[in-house]
Design a protein around this ligand. Structure first.
Ligand code: BGC
Length: 425
């Protein structure tokens, strides 16, 4: 048996906008309903986790996991500037209590891509005002639930806006898209987090992270706080130009965030693939590589490479806050197994990795791609909202229960009519 350290965190992750449903005070909702929109479809009811969280947590616990990563939605907690919804804060308090009751340690992210419309209309993540506004909201949340959490991340994938800009992954906004965004949201589409990597982004975002951490520390001094970073395995062609381009890429999308993370309690590592920098400066999949449904290279080994890089550059403990695969479930099982073998080896080599959250607990709203991409270990029929546990969920649950690799095939959780677990079979 290849065992993991005692107390290793085994979880699955989601984000509010992708699972809760009805997040209508957020900028993302407005952009989904712009016409034309760069979103394939609107999020709508998502998987109604706002209403169904208790049953969902029961499934995760029945699988054998011991942790859940979710996000708290700023647009619900502060739907208008300075107007705090106690009902929303109470909802998250109940969700957190429900985690502990079921043996799942709760890890909350304070910002996972979506921002209240009122803030978006003031420039969102392109505005220097974001730091104070975000920190104020984080302080309010920490006062209410900070002491009940196991860990908190301020900003999810703080570097993604820089990466999206640099990799030319920004949607091609036509004049019609811009006009529709102005009508639906009252702002240019760039105010939305993922698109906000304009001049000065890294400074703005790091300022927001630091102020948010201070506000959380003041309200809940013992809570472990960090940020999460999108970190892929980065390689280059064997060529001087390619190596120089990769160095420049690292300086733009990793280095400032790694530096800032040195002051934190942990760093959240989020890895999906390997990126190759070519001699012409472009980045992409290595030639001939197997593709996932997202079009990424299928590369479970990328996770350990990213953890080793993050550990060397930040010197703080690592929580793997996301690692996931979109596509057929048999391949997902292979992906989870392969990724964890690398993590196990990295830990044996002395890398301080404290936990692993698979992305995602459930098939959910995959941003601009809509519901077509399936990252979940649990499927959801969005007409009936019934949950269906996939074999990969049983596998991850068995690994978590044994706290080790080389497990027997996991037991399948049997669900009732409502989707709640009734036993194992
Ligand atoms: C994000 C998730 C997203 C996942 C899969 C990560 O970048 O944090 O919200 O669903 O990747 O694309």
């Amino acid at each position: 048996m290849r065992a993991f350290p005692e107390g290793f965190v085994w979880g699955a992750a989601t984000a509010a906008h992708q699972v809760e449903g009805g997040n209508s005070s957020s900028d993302c909702w407005a952009l989904e309903h712009a016409n034309p929109s760069v979103f394939a479809e609107p999020s709508g009811d998502a998987i109604d986790q706002y209403g169904r969280y208790a049953d969902d947590l029961a499934i995760l616990a029945a699988l054998g996991l011991n942790a859940y990563r979710f996000s708290i939605e700023w647009a619900r907690v502060e739907p208008e500037e300075g107007v705090i919804s106690m009902a929303a804060l109470d909802h998250y308090k109940r969700l957190i209590e429900a985690c502990w009751t079921r043996g799942l340690e709760p890890s909350a992210t304070l910002h996972h891509f979506t921002t209240p419309r009122w803030m978006a209309r003031q420039g969102g993540w392109t505005s220097p005002k974001i730091a104070d506004a975000f920190a104020r909201y984080c302080g309010v949340v920490a006062e209410h639930v900070g002491d009940d959490l196991a860990s908190a991340a301020t900003i999810n994938e703080i570097n993604i806006p820089a990466l999206v800009r640099r990799s030319r992954m920004l949607p091609d906004f036509s004049e019609a898209h811009r006009k529709a965004a102005r009508e639906a949201l009252g702002a240019e589409p760039e105010v939305f987090f993922m698109f906000a990597g304009t001049e000065g982004y890294a400074e703005r975002a790091i300022d927001a992270h630091r102020k948010a951490r201070e506000a959380i520390d003041a309200a809940s001094p013992d809570l472990a706080v960090g940020m999460t970073i999108s970190i892929q395995e980065e390689v280059s062609e064997d060529d001087d130009n390619a190596r120089a381009a990769l160095k420049e890429r690292r300086a733009a999308i990793y280095d400032p965030f790694y530096d800032a993370a040195q002051d934190d309690d942990f760093v959240g590592v989020q890895t999906y693939t390997r990126m190759m920098t070519f001699r012409d400066g472009r980045t992409g999949r290595p030639k001939g590589a197997e593709k996932t449904a997202m079009g990424y290279e299928y590369r479970p080994q990328a996770l350990a490479a990213a953890c080793r890089d993050a550990a060397a550059k930040t010197g703080v403990p690592i929580l793997i806050t996301e690692s996931g695969y979109s596509g057929a479930d048999a391949r997902r099982c292979h992906f989870i197994q392969g990724a964890l073998e690398g993590v196990h080896k990295a830990i044996a080599d002395g890398v301080d990795i404290r936990g692993y959250y698979y992305w995602s607990a459930f098939d959910n709203f995959e941003w601009m791609s809509g519901y077509g991409q399936k990252f979940g270990i649990i499927a959801v029929d969005r007409t009936t909202q019934k949950r269906l546990v996939k074999p990969s969920a049983a596998l991850l649950g068995a690994i978590a229960t044994a706290n080790a690799l080389d497990v027997e095939e996991g037991e399948t959780v049997v669900l009732s009519e409502t989707g709640a677990p009734v036993g194992t079979g």
